[in-house]
Design a protein around this ligand. Sequence first.
Ligand code: COA
Ligand code: ZN
Length: 312
Amino acid sequence: MTTSPDTLIVQEVAPRDGLQIEPTWVPTTEKIKLINALSHMGFSRIEAGSFVSPKAIPALRDGDEVFKAITRHPDIIYVALIPNLKGALRALDAQADELNLVLSASQTHNLANMRMTKDKSFLGFAEISTQMKELVKLNGTVATTFGCPFEGKIDPNEVMRLVENYLALGIQNITLADTTGMANPVQVKNIVRQVLTLITPEQLTLHFHNTRGLGLCNVLAAYEIGARRFDSAIGGLGGCPFAPGASGNICTEDLVNMCQEIGIPTTIDLEQVIQLSRKLPALLGHDTPSQLAKAGPNHHLHSPPDYIKTLV
Ligand code: COA
Ligand code: ZN
């Protein structure tokens, strides 16, 4: 994958964020097929599953089998979401390339989602980092960075404190996540600007949900001030089952189409992503929020109606 400093790096999260909230069981073989198909579309990372309590997220209880059976593309980092040491040990056993450790800026959401305080999450992450930082890549996510469905506004100083905590543990790649789409472009610029005083654009990922229709606006705002790495989900699937009102991630094909139309380079094959996205309703039993899957890209033109020939 050739990239330039302008390239927007797309990281696909549908196999994890997308499927974790689906009420219908997606068979292990179908998950593997989905990840294998995504592996040929130009993504730098694919979040292929999570290693959390099967009671908390039954939809992803087969993470071990999925990670062991996928056909890995050598250029792609296959990521696993991790809440605790037990999950990290499972992920190492399944040969995940990167562990994405997650806690929330909101104490209430952390308690609802992870059933522990932020301090307790960090105690587990410290243990994971001590045991595994030489063995596997580590990424630290701050969920609800831009707002919490329980607590409302989040103090940016608290986000900075949590980022600094990750850095102090030797975890240098950071994701700022907008769990329920509460971010706006002005706020995004403020927080991203502050976080980029601590880490480089290469170390920072933005994870936006389109719950309130501002997902791609937030991408552009972050990109304008130097952010380059973004999570998105094919079909616009996704959402946290422990965040009331959660809905889909920004949609991969809608994101890539926007980039192509305005001249931001990506490494993604848009046509292939659209084709795969169009298969999702059959897999999941419902329509998806994808705009591009329905409309097609701008250059897909239609034959004009015959009657216009009589009008000229
Ligand atoms: N993988 C598999 N099983 C796990 C696990 C993991 N990572 N962590 C804990 N468990 C199991 C324990 O072994 C125990 O099993 P048992 O009942 O058979 O003895 C059970 O889960 C309870 O363990 P405990 O440590 O008390 O966990 P908890 O009930 O306090 O839940 C979490 C804590 C973090 C495991 C749970 O809240 C969780 O998985 N949250 C993740 C939610 C999520 O993925 N949200 C969306 C992504 S942001
Ligand atoms: Zn998410």
